[in-house]
Design a protein around this ligand. Structure first.
Ligand code: SAJ
Length: 406
């Protein structure tokens, strides 16, 4: 039996996937409300294919509880936030989960850490805690790091098809854990050591962050001299060895906007390019805010309450707002002691910010200037409704005449 600890964005789909592929799974989370929701037969976030997967896992017998189980294998997928000042990973949730596992696990159990951690975290924070509790690693408890790799918005497909990395102290233990993942994963599963697995995960997201930063910097250069960055990227990408990503209003989510900071935090005198890239990406919401003021000035607009931000999530067609560029932009606006921007997102039903609308038509009726922060399908399908508005399109999806870009 596998006890999955932490039933969030990664733990839940992983637990469901294993359960629906014949593995006996119990999901544990300390959040009673979350466990009650799952036990009431409801999923806790929206994701393509998740409800169907949930039904299959429930039929297969998955259970959800707040209690840690006595079993031989644990998968820990709890959050790993970063410290905003030191930029280093905060492993407190991982450490707490491992401590709780030690209270119940039998001798020889395997603890798989799925949470993303910076290279060296397991050596620095996890091993000492295990040893301090009188456990001998490799005898009383085996350690494995199997970082997740799935992208919100396409999680179910990517869980099934992505290649995976498993890092283990002991190859035989790594191979055993590989079998659990191979119950559902059709991709290649590489077994390596723990530090390599830690590093690969962070490097993958850093690669993407640096490449997005390059596109964002190009957008700024092109804006400065009035060149069309999209046309330039399109033409450059026709070269066989060039593949530039797209500029945008900022980088959100809990991965690309966070993980690269771990390297900056741990190697401040070496990770210069990464540091600059993260600053460029983090500066984009402010850049958009400046564009809003510039365009208002050009149009003779003075009333910020007639300006609306379309989209609150960190990217299109998901309901995840973690580190979202829109939230960053609103915070930045508050720092300038200004408020009043209207906001709407079809995926966010709860009121999370001031001046938030829950209906596209009502939102559009309340504003003269729309800033497309997120390219949800909804806005792509309703572009004609923006006719006559001032539009700042941060994703180059609008074909209406007179559209502004970042
Ligand atoms: N973005 C741009 N321009 C682009 C592409 C993305 O501005 O050309 C922005 C998006 O709008 C979003 C952010 O970047 O705000 C990140 O979005 P994403 O879709 O690129 O990635 P995530 O954060 O949803 O998921 C990533 C994935 N990592 C990689 O692609 C290397 C996923 O595979 C990881 O599992 C996930 O991080 C994670 O958990 O680490």
């Amino acid at each position: 039996m596998i006890n999955v600890i932490g039933l969030g964005y990664i733990g839940l789909p992983t637990a469901l996937m294993m359960a629906s592929h014949g593995v006996e799974v119990v999901g544990t989370d300390y959040n009673k409300e979350l466990v009650a929701t799952l036990n009431a037969g409801k999923t806790t976030f929206k994701e393509k294919g998740l409800d169907e997967l949930f039904d299959a896992a429930v039929k297969a017998g998955i259970r959800f509880t707040t209690e840690y189980q006595v079993t031989d294998t644990y998968i820990v997928s709890v959050p790993t936030p970063y410290d905003k000042f030191s930029k280093k990973v905060d492993a407190c949730y991982v450490v707490a989960a491992v401590k709780d596992v030690m209270k119940v696990c039998p001798k020889g159990a395997t603890v798989v850490i799925e949470s993303t951690v910076s290279p060296g975290t397991i050596d620095k924070y996890v091993r000492p805690v295990i040893e301090a509790n009188g456990f001998k690693i490799g005898e009383d408890l085996n350690l494995v790091h199997a970082p997740e790799r799935i992208i919100p918005g396409n999680m179910v497909y990517e869980l099934l098809h992505n290649n995976r990395t498993i890092g283990a102290d002991d190859r035989a233990i790594g191979e055993k854990v590989k079998e659990y993942y191979a119950s559902f994963c059709q991709g290649e599963i590489v077994v390596t050591d723990i530090r390599t697995a830690e590093m690969t995960k962070v490097v993958e997201n850093t690669f993407r962050a640096v490449n997005i930063a390059f596109a964002n910097e190009l957008a700024k250069i092109c804006r400065h001299d009035n060149m069309d960055v999209y046309e330039i990227i399109r033409i450059c990408n026709m070269h066989p060895r060039v593949n530039i990503l797209q500029p945008g209003p900022g980088v959100g989510g809990h991965c690309i906007s966070v993980d690269p900071w771990f390297l900056v935090g741990d190697y401040p005198s070496l990770a210069k390019l990464i540091d600059q890239s993260m600053r460029i990406n983090d500066g984009m919401p402010d850049f958009v805010l400046n564009r809003i003021y510039e365009i208002m000035k050009e149009k003779g607009m003075t009333d910020i309450t007639r300006v609306g931000l379309y989209g609150l999530t960190y990217k299109e067609n998901v309901d995840d707002m973690r580190e979202s560029p829109t939230l960053q932009l609103l915070e930045s606006q508050e720092r300038h002691l200004a408020t009043g921007l209207k906001v709407y997102d079809p995926f966010i039903e709860k009121d999370v910010v001031a001046n938030q609308y829950h209906n596209l038509d009502e939102f559009l009726a309340a504003v003269d200037f729309v800033v497309i922060m997120v390219k949800h399908n909804e806005i792509k399908e309703n572009m004609d409704k923006l006719a006559g508005k001032v539009i700042l399109d941060c994703h180059n999806i609008c074909q209406l005449p007179g559209v502004y870009h970042i």
